[in-house]
Write a protein of this length. Structure first.
Length: 227
């Protein structure tokens, strides 16, 4: 029982690390460097704020690291519940991590161009656009990993059932949002609303895992398995 709670809390901490590094890198540092409407401004920002840009690359690498660790620990947590679903969590999470790894490499290349490498402002702007699209298409697998995560939460009974349902709905919403971004780029608020269940579910599960670990029912399950 104690081992299960410890695994759950470590999983939650890794998930928290993923949320924090993603928020700092993609939502905070990136907008300070990238100007989607002005290639010259993006180039100038990279030159003027080279250290900040390097921090941005490092944060993307930390997103990759924390996502990979979270995926593996979710598999450890739920493998006795449903090995196929827990394996899917790990596989989908790792694919998304690879997409962000590609983004980190592209951002590092853009920084190299801005600090004396071959290319110009248009090259840098193009690289940032590629990076953004890697995040966008990677969202497909970020959504997919939430579905088996929610399934395992429901099947195990170790987490609140509404949380499990919210994760499944959030995963489906995230997948739909990825397609909407390209099929209906002007959808605006519709795309934003599709990811709301995923955001709420992620905050809920990482908080629950860190604070509570798993429900008391897990103790009964663990004893039954041992018997």
């Amino acid at each position: 029982m104690h081992q299960l709670i410890r695994t759950a809390r470590v999983t939650g901490l890794f998930y928290l690390g993923l949320a924090v590094t993603g928020a700092l890198g993609f939502l905070t540092v990136r907008p300070m460097i990238f100007n989607p409407d002005d290639a010259g401004a993006t180039f100038a920002n990279l030159v003027a704020h080279e250290s900040l840009a390097r921090v941005g690359v490092a944060l993307e690498l930390l997103v990759v690291l924390t996502q990979a660790l979270t995926a593996v620990w979710f598999h450890r947590l739920f493998r006795t519940v449903d090995s196929t679903a827990s394996g899917s969590i790990a596989a989908f999470g790792l694919v998304n991590a690879v997409a962000i790894l590609g983004s980190a490499a592209v951002l590092a290349t853009a920084l190299g161009v801005a600090t004396g490498g071959p290319g110009d402002a248009d090259t840098v702007q193009l690289l940032y656009l590629v990076s953004g699209n890697l995040w966008e298409v990677g969202g497909l697998f970020f959504g997919l990993w939430l579905v088996p995560m929610g399934w395992c939460a429901l099947r195990s009974g170790w987490l609140p059932r509404p949380l499990g349902r919210l994760l499944v709905a959030g995963g489906v919403g995230y997948v739909l949002m990825t397609f909407v971004a390209y099929l209906a780029p002007g959808a605006g608020i519709v795309g934003d609303l599709l990811v709301v269940p995923a955001t709420v579910g992620e905050v809920w599960i990482l908080g629950y895992l860190i604070v509570f670990g798993v429900r008391k029912r897990a103790e009964t399950d663990a004893r039954a398995t041992a018997a």
